[in-house]
Design a protein around this ligand. Structure first.
Ligand code: UT7
Length: 318
């Protein structure tokens, strides 16, 4: 038994915040943001929109595109760094919103690598015969954990959700997966606050050593690409579409240069979405599928990297 993608979906909140809007909020410029990151605008959730609301919109469209109903889903995995609450999991809340009950539901916390972690787990559940139709979602409301007076972080992130329904298949969809973490880098990218004694202790905002993240990301993006390609006995030439985590166009460009992969084969949404953490890969995937760019039979390489540091790759036939 193998697993494959049956359907994709995504959702972006209505409000768009441009670099020019940010120029009025912090000491920055459109030129700096575009030049250093490639980002021009990002979507921002409404005050009453939670990660589970974004997840619900993306999930319902992925389920419909898979030709299924919510009742066919037998496992829900939500990758998020910005859950609705400390507990229950955003996956359980999403389950209730979908009007289904009984199947397992849990969150994955691997920050910007969350979606490739979730997809690897979905694959394992299906291949082990433990689930037939798995709903995986990356959903983030980063706008809630940004210090909007800190120009070094607030210009880089956005809100959104992307979803995939994975299903059992006799032909391989997922060809190889590889996940990593190195907790020695925990302090390089974090929200170090915690809830204790009725209040938040420590900072509840994103803190980042941008340069360290940048260097690390380029190195592991190249490394994990070779790992999954080797596992599947394939080469860079076999990749039709490369969907890296959309954090910074310079990280993405440096990676394709190192891999000697033509830039046209890389999916780029960072300009319009900014960094949506666990949502960035499924958002880029769904946009490209909806646009008819990615077609059935294409070979895709998905790669995530983020806080932890965590990183990983999934090689698949769409
Ligand atoms: O999902 C993973 C999450 N994070 C990432 O992927 C981020 C990875 N890192 C990056 O994307 C880049 O390192 C950044 C975009 C964060 C920064 O780019 P950089 O080329 O590494 O710039 P820098 O850190 O060298 O900063 C250069 C200057 C600094 O000023 P001084 O000290 O040289 O005078 C900053 O204070 O740019 C200044 N700066 C800004 N200026 C205008 C920092 N943020 C801004 C800003 N607008 N928003």
């Amino acid at each position: 038994m193998y697993s494959r993608i049956a359907g994709t979906g995504s959702y972006l909140p209505e409000k768009i915040l441009t670099n020019h809007d940010l120029e009025k909020m912090v000491d920055t410029s459109d030129e700096w943001i575009v030049g250093r990151s490639g980002i021009r605008e990002r979507h921002i959730a409404a005050d009453d929109e939670l990660a589970s609301d974004l997840a619900y919109q993306a999930a319902t469209s992925a389920i419909a595109n898979a030709g299924l109903g919510a009742g066919d889903i037998d496992l829900i995995i939500v990758a998020t760094t910005t859950p609705d609450m400390v507990f229950p999991s955003t996956a359980s809340i999403l389950q209730a919103k979908l009007g289904i009950a009984g199947c397992p539901a849990f969150d994955v916390q691997a920050v910007c690598s969350g979606f490739v972690y979730a997809m690897s787990m979905a694959n394992l559940f299906i291949c082990a015969g433990q689930a037939k139709n798995v709903l995986i979602v990356g959903a983030e409301v980063y706008s809630r954990i940004l210090d909007w007076t800190d120009r070094s972080t607030c210009v880089l992130f956005g809100d959104g959700a992307g979803s995939v329904v994975m299903t059992g298949s006799e032909e391989p969809g997922i060809l190889a997966t590889k996940l990593h973490s190195d907790g020695r880098y925990c302090d390089k990218l974090s929200v170090p606050g915690w809830v204790s004694g009725g209040k938040v202790t420590g900072s509840p905002f994103v803190q980042m050593d941008g340069g360290s993240v940048f260097k690390f990301a380029v190195g592991v993006f190249e490394e994990v690409a070779h790992e999954v390609l080797e596992m599947a006995n394939m080469t860079v030439d076999d990749i039709d579409w490369f969907i890296p985590h959309q954090a910074n166009i310079r990280i993405m460009d440096a990676t394709v240069r190192k891999l000697k992969l033509p830039r046209e084969r890389m999916i780029k949404t960072v300009e319009r979405h900014a960094n949506t953490s666990a949502a960035s890969i499924p958002l880029a995937l769904d946009e490209s599928v909806s646009a008819g760019k990615i077609r059935r039979g294409d070979t895709l390489l998905l790669e995530g990297v983020g806080g932890g540091f965590t990183w990983g790759g999934v090689l698949l036939r769409y």
